[in-house]
Design a binder for this molecule. Structure first.
Ligand code: SAJ
Length: 417
């Protein structure tokens, strides 16, 4: 089989190299010359465990190459970004997906399978993509097999989850679904769940929305408990001991390009009905402000001059700062505060990020932990004490253990104390 993939980002690249590893001849297309060049030289441009090794293997085997131009193939997979539009309900911007479809249509031939993996608003395949393919003169389900197969892999575990997660394959017709399923049978060991395109679109969105709403519940509980002087983290631990309760973990906000984006795709399609989903988004969006308010209080208490932010990535052990609440908190603190704000993140390679942890905390009055990287979990916190001015730690992810008694340690459970 030959496969052309469009978009070589966090999903398109791992997917491309996985197909190549399992014997498919893959051409990966991206608009960035830098990305194409780097990949053809066998070097990845994003951080993901196991990805570099697999890329090296498939480039050496001649199974994968990157290009700025699409090529004819048996199957096409589109994995381009779908950001929010800048409108009232942050609807789904389908521009990149539609452009990708238009760009590959001149290379598409009868019998090809055309798959969209990008996260899209409900009914996109039926109402937007099918008409484009029909305008090009093809009959969907007879000439061309049109499928939505949402990506559902967790950054940090993509190479494993690509193979072992179950996979939802939603076709415009049953023939489309069958053709799509055959493509993924190449390497997927999980169950391949066959359905309609519109059901696949909504299922994907609801998975991330479920998580966002559940995190919002934990975040709202944190604020309520802060007002009522109750330890929210203890409450969550206890409630989760019930066999049918699974409250998620509160934090400084919800980031990344999935949970912080996808629920709006539902809200914007049914704004009068999707009230709970919309409200949950609002709660999660409000968390940076809650953290910042507490930072100001802590700094005032010690007449502090320097805050050191630990972690800018949207979650632990990744380098992705897209929609990161940590970035928002860092930038807002820098804009609004009279004190100096420094950032330290061993995963984020940017000029404004301190690379030396001791330099980052030198003379600091507060370490504000915003990302649950393993490096922070394993850190010798008491060693840092010697470099700090005031030894305060505000741990918004509740991961710091074993600080000694001289350190003023705050988390979402004890802020009120
Ligand atoms: N977070 C919390 N509390 C929690 C869990 C997460 O505050 O209890 C925060 C994280 O810190 C982060 C954000 O939520 O800022 C999102 O992190 P995540 O680990 O929940 O998810 P993502 O965005 O990395 O990946 C999600 C996954 N979806 C689900 O687990 C339902 C993944 O499987 C999807 O493929 C991905 O979205 C996607 O691309 O849609």
């Amino acid at each position: 089989m030959k496969l052309t993939t469009i978009g070589l980002g966090y999903i398109g690249l791992p997917t491309s190299v996985m197909f190549a590893k399992y014997g498919v001849n893959v051409v990966g297309v991206d608009v960035s010359e830098r990305v194409v060049e780097s990949l053809n030289n066998g070097k990845i441009h994003i951080e993901e465990p196991g990805l570099q090794e697999t890329l090296t293997e498939v480039v050496e085997a001649g199974k994968f190459s990157a290009s700025l131009q699409p090529e004819k193939a048996d199957a096409f997979i589109i994995a381009v970004p779908t950001p929010n539009n800048d409108d009232e309900h942050k609807s789904c911007d389908l521009t990149y997906v539609k452009d990708a479809v238009k760009n590959i249509l001149p290379f598409v031939e009868k019998g090809n399978v055309l798959i969209v993996e990008s996260t899209i608003e409900p009914r996109t395949m039926d109402d937007h993509i099918k008409p484009l393919v029909e305008e090009a003169g093809f009959i969907v389900g007879e000439d061309i097999f049109l499928v939505h197969c949402p990506e559902r892999v967790l950054p940090g575990q993509i190479m494993h989850e690509l193979i072992y997660n179950n996979r939802i394959v939603g076709g415009i017709t049953e023939a489309c679904t069958e053709a799509g399923a055959e493509v993924y049978e190449t390497f997927v060991e999980g169950e391949i769940i066959k359905t309609q395109a519109k059901t696949a679109e909504m299922s994907k969105l609801m998975e991330n929305t479920y998580r966002d709403v559940n995190i919002a519940l934990a975040n709202e509980l944190t604020k309520i408990c802060d007002e009522l002087e109750i330890n929210a983290l203890d409450v969550i631990d206890m409630a989760n001991k019930h066999p049918r309760v699974n409250l998620h973990t509160p934090g400084p906000g919800v980031g990344g390009h999935c949970l912080a984006v996808d629920p709006y795709f539902i809200v914007s399609k049914a704004p009068e009905t999707a009230k709970l989903i919309d409200q949950a988004r609002a709660v999660n969006v409000s968390m940076p402000e809650f953290v910042i308010g507490n930072v100001h209080k802590l700094m005032k208490n010690v007449d502090g001059k320097v805050v050191t932010v630990f972690g800018l990535a949207y979650k632990g052990n990744v380098d992705d700062i897209r929609e990161s609440p940590a970035m928002e908190i860092y930038e807002t603190l820098r804009e609004q505060s009279t004190f100096e704000v420094r950032a330290y993140d061993p995963h984020v390679d940017k000029a404004f990020v301190e690379s030396d942890i001791k330099e980052a905390v030198k003379g600091s009055d507060l370490i504000l932990l915003l990302t649950d990287h393993n490096e922070f979990k394993e850190l010798d916190w008491n060693m840092l004490e010697a470099f700090m001015n005031n030894t305060q730690v505000f741990d918004t992810k509740n991961i710091v253990r074993n600080v000694n008694e001289e350190v003023a340690y705050m988390n979402f459970g004890n802020l009120h104390q």
